[in-house]
Design a protein around this ligand. Structure first.
Ligand code: PHE
Length: 446
């Protein structure tokens, strides 16, 4: 994606608007993950006592959680469509933020209709905000700017700072003090995000505007896609297939891997037993720790003139993901050697680490890739489709996790390793072909 009036002001070598989007999305994610951290706990908490919940069964609560998780990302398609057609990305983010604030505060009202309305508002709000703010990051960079990928990694670090802090703060306040106070804290997070966005808008001039207004775009809107544009969409859709497998593997963390950690891993370190939930923060923690070094490494790699296309990075990421599941297979194998029938914890720590190395090679890269390849008039819609795909990957993760209850962990870990390896190798062999189909959309100019 390209914009004619790109803002020029730079901060740490990146457009200053990046940091406005960074903090807005950091607070949005704080709000999102904070609410998510207490949702199931609130639903299943007893309806009497000091901090009453809704006394749902675990099954009911997990079902709602699953639907919410899927819809919140599926809605990205509509969020993208509305941005392309009616609002532009910039306004969609603003409206999305208002929906999210309204949704979080609806959850603070002790009434079931307010609760459901809150969830619907959140699904619409995130659907409007999340894909569009991501597309706007791409809009900050000119075509061929090699800084674009590292810009997305910086943005991704912001996401994960929010994701890391939220369960600690919102989780603590919600669980120990009052659920509704927890939901309001999540709401205040989004208010801060909105303040950053509104006051930082001057750094986003010319980014995320509705295309219809300018003369060139009016002309663009009537024209069917060219062959080049169609080819690029094919490349994107192919990369989405790989992305489904990636998220299906990655999202084992909250399900199967969490149960495995609880039941089959020796979590004692120097006499202290690491709580199972602690492992849930590992992804975000690792991203914050290794995000910057990884961005730097990829940057050096590409400056040295080696193959550094997004497709290549995604293929490498997928292969690393396969290795992370091999580490888990070794972990399962070690249970049979252990006197206490548990696996040592280091395999799990290694596996989570490799997850994040893979994530940083795939997820921010895919976001960046979409902004390079999507036809301008469908830019937001393609981004929305990516988020919908993520929702689908999440659902597949649940299906695989369930299958492990019958087939056993070793089989499912092996299956996931195999799926990642095959798709990774396939992508690697297709790098040249897909680059050709991308018709230079990825060429670096600097
Ligand atoms: N941690 C990422 C985020 O919250 C996970 C994610 C990636 C979610 C891609 C949706 C799509 O942004």
């Amino acid at each position: 994606m390209q914009s004619s009036t790109l803002p020029q002001k730079k901060l740490f070598g990146h457009p200053s608007g990046l940091f406005v989007l960074f903090f807005t999305e950091m607070w949005e994610r704080f709000s999102f993950y904070g609410m998510r951290a207490i949702l199931v706990l609130y639903l299943t908490a007893q309806s009497t006592g000091d901090n009453p919940g809704l006394a749902w069964t675990k099954k009911e609560a997990l079902a709602l959680y699953g639907w919410y998780g899927m819809f919140v990302y599926f809605m990205g398609i509509f969020g993208g469509y509305i941005a392309d057609k009616y609002l532009g990305q910039k306004k969609s983010v603003l409206v999305g933020g208002v929906f999210i604030i309204a949704g979080q505060f609806a959850l603070t009202i002790d009434n079931i209709s307010a609760f459901y309305s809150g969830l619907v508002l959140l699904v619409c709000g995130v659907g409007l905000l999340k894909p569009n703010i991501s597309t706007m990051v791409g809009g900050l960079y000119k075509k061929g700017d090699i800084k674009r990928d590292s810009g997305f990694i910086i943005f991704y670090i912001g996401i994960n700072i929010g994701a890391l802090l939220a369960p600690l703060l919102v989780g603590y306040i919600g669980e120990k003090i009052d659920w509704h106070l927890g939901f309001s804290l999540a709401g205040f997070g989004m208010i801060l995000g909105q303040i950053v966005y509104v006051f930082g808008r001057k750094h986003l001039r010319g980014v995320g505007e509705l295309l219809k207004n300018s003369a060139t775009e009016a002309h663009l809107a009537d024209k069917p896609l060219t062959k080049e544009e169609k080819d690029r969409v094919v490349v994107l859709l192919l990369s989405f297939l790989v992305v489904i497998v990636f998220w299906a593997a990655y999202e084992q963390a909250g399900g199967l891997m969490s149960l495995y950690t609880r039941d089959s891993v020796d979590r004692f370190v120097f006499g202290w037993e690491i709580p199972t939930t602690f492992f849930q923060s590992l992804h975000a923690l690792y991203v914050v720790l290794i995000g910057a070094p990884m961005a730097w490494l990829w940057m050096r790699w590409s400056k040295s003139g080696r193959e550094s296309s997004s497709i290549f990075k995604m293929a490498i990421g997928q292969i690393i993901m396969a290795i992370s599941f091999v580490a888990l297979m070794v972990s399962v194998y070690e249970i049979s050697l252990s006197a206490i029938g548990k696996s040592p914890v280091h395999w799990l720590l290694l596996s989570y680490f490799l997850h994040v190395v893979a994530e940083l090679s795939i997820s921010p890269v895919a976001l960046s890739f979409i902004t390079k390849l999507a036809p301008v008039k469908y830019a937001s819609l393609m981004m929305g489709a990516y988020f919908a795909i993520t929702g689908f990957g999440n659902k597949l993760a649940g299906i695989l996790g369930e299958a492990a209850q019958g087939a056993g962990e070793m089989t499912i870990f092996a299956l996931i390793a195999g799926m990642c390896l095959v798709t990774g190798l396939l992508l690697l062999t297709l790098v040249k072909k897909l680059k050709k189909l991308a018709h230079g959309a990825e060429d670096n100019i600097e």
